[in-house]
Design a protein around this ligand. Structure first.
Ligand code: NAG
Ligand code: NAG
Ligand code: NAG
Ligand code: NAG
Ligand code: NAG
Length: 317
């Protein structure tokens, strides 16, 4: 047992250490650099009519990264696991079964407070097309992350292989957007619209966003690069439009390789090693006690020693 745990733990630790990762915060990209406090940044974002700021940041890659290399964005202080947030979606609508976007009467409520275009104060308008119910509806879809990143042209960043195959095939129908974060109503926009293609299934960034994270600081996959990356400074052009500054959230981009362990995480390897060593120590302890004849002999496999049998015996009396 101990040996087995050690045999698992050591390679996991080594594998996890082989993971390379380089992170750069971009809260000060472009004109945001002139806004010192979160409050200033928040005000600035509101003044930009949804277009935010653009500029470049540099990721210092200090050692060779073996492909595949993953590009992530990282948000902090963002509670994607909040009850109200997680529940504010309509899985049937997303899957294209049952409730449709135009199915207003029976569909109300599930996606509150972002059921209709217009947000928390959103009002149902009978005259609007389809009663202005949003598709996709709900807080989580409405708050679709909309920053964009582009690397120099020598890096081919695939943004069409980031969502789980299962999600694309089973959770989402390929519907088109309706009353969803339109550029014609910037005051109602909570995030991005369908920017990658006309259908839901083309919008893998949104599909990734819709799988909620359990942690308040989390990463989401933005792209995959099927090339080794040699050491150097990589200039990333960022369009920072997503406003996390109202709640003091920070934003960063991460370039990382992954190993068979699946990401940089020493914890698992260390735990295996600790338990492996413990198991060995305990086993050795037992062996010694036994050999020294201190252990009381008893018949092996005597079922009366099992507590539930003892209990059963008592009951039978
Ligand atoms: C609602 O939309 C679905 C598919 O988009 C369509 O088949 C159906 O006829 C529409 N219903 C109404 C009442 O417009
Ligand atoms: C979606 O947003 C983009 C800006 O990111 C805008 O150019 C486009 O017109 C929008 N589409 C709709 C349907 O509003
Ligand atoms: C991007 O998301 C923010 C919300 O953080 C929103 O206010 C803004 O209008 C969006 N911009 C675009 C172009 O989608
Ligand atoms: C989704 O639908 C759009 C148009 O309705 C189409 O162009 C696109 O190829 C479809 N995508 C997938 C993945 O089926
Ligand atoms: C990367 O940029 C830093 C400063 O930001 C500089 O010190 C370093 O020499 C650069 N490295 C390369 C390989 O250009």
């Amino acid at each position: 047992m101990g040996i087995l745990l050690l045999a698992l733990g050591i390679p996991i630790l080594v594998g996890s250490h082989g993971v390379k990762e380089f992170t750069v915060n971009y809260d000060n990209v472009g004109a945001l650099g002139n806004q010192r406090t979160f409050e200033d940044k928040n005000t600035f974002m509101f003044s930009q009519n949804g277009n935010g700021a653009s500029g470049t940041v540099t990721i210092p890659v200090t050692s060779t990264m073996k492909q595949p290399v993953y590009l992530y964005y990282q948000l902090s202080k963002y509670y994607q696991n909040h009850k109200r947030y997680v529940r504010s979606r309509d899985d049937k609508q997303l899957a294209g079964v049952g409730k449709q976007a135009n199915d207003t009467a029976s569909n109300r409520g599930i996606c509150n407070p972002e059921e209709f275009l217009g947000g928390p104060d959103g009002h149902f308008e009978a005259n609007a097309p389809n009663g202005n119910i949003a598709r996709p509806c709900g807080l989580i879809a409405w708050s679709n992350f909309n920053d964009t990143f582009s690397l120099p042209p020598q890096y081919n960043v695939r943004e069409d292989e980031i969502a789980w195959e299962y999600d694309i095939e089973h959770l989402y129908a390929n519907f088109t957007e309706e009353n969803y974060n339109p550029s014609t109503a910037p005051q109602y926009r909570g995030g991005g619209n369908f920017s990658q293609g006309p259908g839901m299934r083309d919008n893998q960034h949104l599909i990734v966003w819709l799988r909620p994270s359990a942690h308040r600081t989390f990463r989401k996959l933005y792209g995959v690069i099927h090339q080794d990356i040699s050491p150097g400074n990589i200039t990333v052009t960022v369009n920072s439009r997503y406003n996390t500054y109202g709640f003091g959230g920070q934003k960063a981009i991460v370039l990382a390789t992954t190993s068979w362990v699946g990401g940089k995480n020493d914890f698992l390897g260390i735990m295996y090693i600790i338990f492996g060593v413990l198991a060995l120590v305990v086993a050795l302890g037992f062996l010694l006690t036994y050999q020294m004849g201190l252990m009381k002999r008893r018949r092996f496999g005597d079922p009366s020693y099992l507590s539930w049998n003892r209990h059963a015996n008592l009951m039978a009396r």
